[in-house]
Design a protein around this ligand. Sequence first.
Ligand SMILES: Nc1ncnc2c1ncn2[C@@H]1O[C@H](COP(=O)(O)OP(=O)(O)OP(=O)(O)O)[C@@H](O)[C@H]1O
Length: 947
Amino acid sequence: MQFIIGQRWVSHTESKLGLGIISEVNGRRITVSFPAVGEERTYAADNAPLSRLIYNEGEKITTLDDLTFQVISAEEVDGIYIYHCEDDEGLSQIVEELDLSCFVQLTAPQHRLFSGHFDKNRAFTLRIEALNHIHRLQQSSVKGLLGARTNHLPHQVYIANEVAQRFAPRVLLADEVGLGKTIEAGMILHYQLHTGRAKRALIVVPDSLIHQWLVEMLRRFNLAFSIFDESRYDALTRANSDNEDDMFEADIDSMSNPFESEQLVLCSLDFLTENPDAMAHAVEASWDLLIVDEAHHLQWSETDVSIEYQCVEQLASNSAGLLLLTATPEQVGIESHFARLRLLDPSRFYDLESFKQEEAGYQPLNQLVQQLVALQNNDQPISPELLKQLAEFTDISNANDIDGIIARLLDQHGTGRVLFRNTRAAIKGFPQRKLNSYPLPVPELYQGQTTGITGLYPEVIVEPDDWIQNDPRVAWLEAHLKQLKSEKVLVICANASTAVALEQYLQLRAGIRSAAFYEGLSIIERDRASAYFAETEGGAQTLICSEIGSEGRNFQFAHHLVLFDLPLNPDLLEQRIGRLDRIGQTETIQIHVPYLEETSQENLFRWYHEGINLFEQSCSVGHSIYEQFELELLEQLQSTDGAIDSLITATAAHTEKMRELLHQGRDQLLELNSCKLPQAEAIIETIEEEEDGPLLEEFMMRLFNQYGVDQEHHSDHAHIIRPSDHMFTSHFPGLKDDGNTITFSREKALSREDMEFLSWEHPMVVETMEMVQTSELGNATVATISVKGLQPGTLLLETYYTVNCIAPKQLQVDRFLPITPIRVMSDVNGRDLGAVLPHERLNGMCEKVKRNTAQAIVKQVRGDIEKMLVHSTTTAEQTLPDIINAANEKMMSSLKIEVDRLEALQAVNPSIRDEEINFFKQQISASADAINRSSVQLEAIRVVVTS
Ligand SMILES: Nc1ncnc2c1ncn2[C@@H]1O[C@H](COP(=O)(O)OP(=O)(O)OP(=O)(O)O)[C@@H](O)[C@H]1O
């Protein structure tokens, strides 16, 4: 292949790029720009997956100015084609290769047919089957929700469905601890990647959760993230500078930022805050979706902005989508909560004071919303009085659209669109928490150190040997662990030094199998410790964690939690209990709290238990209760004279009142917004219908056969597949050299982690269907049939077209315009035989024809076939206007909502810029342009001759 700048080539592997132009030839490398989609590709010259597009006499060509001419002759001058053409009026025109339209239509099936390259009928039907599946799945209402290896839990499915469909979603996932925020984020990410809405994603988490995220993303969503830490970052930076001498400029540009070397990156927040260079690179790399776990670390106040907040703020400003995850959004106060909401939607949350006022006004808002919900449930109209009240809050131009009014109320006056929070109370079915407390005498050693913060953690100011010997909590713990010998017990304490000393004692002196988990260990050591704890046979009986173990980790296989001390923050206590109280917990959780009598430990224990009932019931406003009573509590921790009783009484009364208020206000609003059960159940039902039956399994088995992949039965709905010696392609998506064990059953996949779960959205299935569609497999075939009433030798033509819309990827036009296979079945007189001979019926009748015979037939009737093809194309084109109209309508209704919303918000919030609104308006016009330019593309052709 000789490449010359200006030549026009087409990609084999990415037909959607349109017609490319060689823009640079640089030794071993060539660069091709694809103006239709505004993208560029660089290939190695000796194996570029490209075909030169050359037109022959008689073919139609379209120019950059959208003029169409017929080719009369072609000549090559200095490697570039010059076409001599005629227009409709017979006038001569000259078109240079460079002036060809980049929106080409490739007509490979007839080229193959006429050059005698046929496939078997089996391949043809498989191709059509794949096209129909792609089309069905593109339009499925549960697209993007089929691929996760998870149980279908309504609150998660609801959130994923609500959020994932948004363009560049920016939300706070704030379900209570352990309800599956990681899974929700994974579902949203999977959806966005699967539908092409996102390509690049960055996940930022605390150090201690890196491995857990890596594993969850891979095993549940087939998403392979690359961990970026200091050593990897340094290695990549070094490699880049070493390589610079040997590289082309284009390479250097893309390689000099290590974060651009991967599409899916996972790193810790500490790594970014401690490495300014890495941070700058991470920001520069720009992401389609940024996910930040444990977002309560992002502290903000008007006078003090934490480095963590600044870091995420910068990343968020260069990321289209943003998911913040925290179970305790108000853990560090309302200001930080507000600041995080502002990161998500600065147009909606722009003033702290008005936000505080709004929060105070949730009760009347909730009353209005509840009235609307009641009317909706009883199918009644809104009364004139209610309409008047509503008009003060929002636009009610369409009083029948109660759903829309509720959505606007929640969006414009609540945290509606950006905040999702499900609670155990609303979800139900969680096991109980049972508190067991153990008052213990104060040892001599701690005399004088029993009050205030010191009294909460007196061991940290004493030598380890001393407190381990004398602190009665240690002996209690040893005895208790021995008593619970066959049970796994998680122990959490505030300080790393406490965890280390305790673990050493239990391991070395008490002979209890244990492991420690604290900040002084490397990530690998921490993961090793928790894996040792998780092992069922021969594993550790207990894991002693410092406070870092209280966040995010999954320890629900244990049923006993020892709180060796208590944190001075209710949300942190909730996080600690959340390690066990999470999805997957199967038994009552036994919470054990040893404390020293008549010390600040006892006071704090009583305040949490009697004041907030926090051990046995989760409380979403723990932090605000704490803020309310903080000073008094700190004062009471200093004394141990029993005066805390009145504080406890006051706290209990306040807690009761807050719970009631929340129930009537914010919580109900949030609940309403975070999971609509009937909707969630309907989605799950559709997912289950889609998964039901053998369709996928049978289809994949046929594909394995076609491509020469060996299969061996494993068990019900499970198989072992391996590459064979007679593979049809050198690369079959996802097939490992030593084979894969696969299952098509979700139930089996959930209990057998060693099996891959093949859903309609598993990469192997998706990529194989894509491979079929973009390759030539089955796109031309010849068959014979015998039909009574049709003369032998009658020629029939079955063609399949798809709608081809070339558009820049970021517009995601295929969400409005699916590929839409169009079948045309006709005879040589143009008679439509589609209804008489449906595809499936024809499949059953077709008999194979020897290759030589088929070649002879095609040669003989080529003229007729060409005529029939013109007719088929015209017939297919006649269906286009309706398809284009439907796509435009769908696009308008989807994007117009964004424009309307921003315009409504702009009316109350002048900080919304016109550019933000114009962005969506431009999306509408660019999408409409692309949709209107759609054409039909021939996908497959079957010549049928009656015998
Ligand atoms: N749909 C599901 N199917 C199976 N397992 C699930 C599902 N949802 C969550 N889990 C499991 O439940 C546990 C809790 O989920 P996850 O870690 O996502 O919760 P979280 O809300 O992020 O917790 P935290 O608040 O502690 O950070 C995990 O072990 C997760 O694998």
